[in-house]
Design a protein around this ligand. Structure first.
Ligand SMILES: [Fe+2]
Ligand SMILES: [Fe+2]
Length: 219
């Protein structure tokens, strides 16, 4: 029991530090990650790296790897008949930015949720707002030119608090939020478990990755 309590306490502290991320800190991180982390690498190797990534801020997963997390999301979708190629793709790529932790980035900079730091007028569209920086932004910046636009949008905004952002969404954001963000966040959050071993393997989904992403990528 004390292991859970200690993990949970530390995870909450990390998330609190993320929630306190300032505009200046977000800008510094955005600037830092304009440079590639790994350079041009085989795309598949990024997905393999996820087996070594543990999000210490996540006390639904505990020490469960991000590879297991991806598979849990896919299998939760499949159980509901929601595992279209594009939803599977979203499940596989949405947290890919967390690989920066393998290069020493701290968990407080890659975890969720992401608050608004600056907005335009109500209805201005999320692209006109500034969010706290996290792995969402990193994955989006690297994959946006390869993914279908609606999945790129989902990757970028999968860690927002929808109620907080709703007033600033434009018609397109609202449409994508309803069709993609609402169902995706449910599978993303509620499939997490340190006890649920996925039945499938990452390799099973390699054809979907290869269908959408090029064989090599600058990340
Ligand atoms: Fe995430
Ligand atoms: Fe996730």
């Amino acid at each position: 029991m004390r292991f859970y309590e200690a993990y949970t306490r530390e995870a909450a502290a990390i998330r609190a530090r993320h929630a306190a991320q300032t505009t200046a800190e977000a800008a510094a991180l955005r600037h830092k990650y304009r440079q590639p982390i790994f350079g041009e690498i085989p795309t598949w190797s990024l997905f393999e790296m996820m087996a070594r990534v543990i999000d210490t801020a996540d006390d639904r997963l505990y020490c469960t790897s991000q590879e297991i997390h991806m598979l849990q999301v896919v299998e939760a979708m499949a159980a509901d008949g929601m595992a279209s190629d594009e939803f599977i793709l979203a499940a596989l790529v949405h947290d890919l930015g967390k690989v920066c932790m393998l290069k020493g980035e701290s968990a407080e900079n890659v975890t969720y949720m992401n608050s608004l730091l600056a907005t335009g007028e109500p209805g201005c569209g999320l692209d006109q707002c500034t969010l706290q920086w996290s792995c969402d932004d990193l994955a989006w910046s690297r994959l946006k030119n390869h993914l279908p636009p609606q999945i790129a949008w989902l990757v970028r905004y999968h860690g927002i608090e929808p109620e907080l952002c709703a007033p600033y969404m434009d018609a397109q954001d609202r449409d994508l939020a309803e069709r993609y963000l609402t169902p995706f966040q449910m599978y993303d959050l509620f499939s997490k478990s340190p006890f649920k071993r996925p039945r499938g393997r990452l390799e099973d989904y390699r054809p979907i990755i290869e269908k959408y992403l090029p064989p090599r990528i600058v990340f």
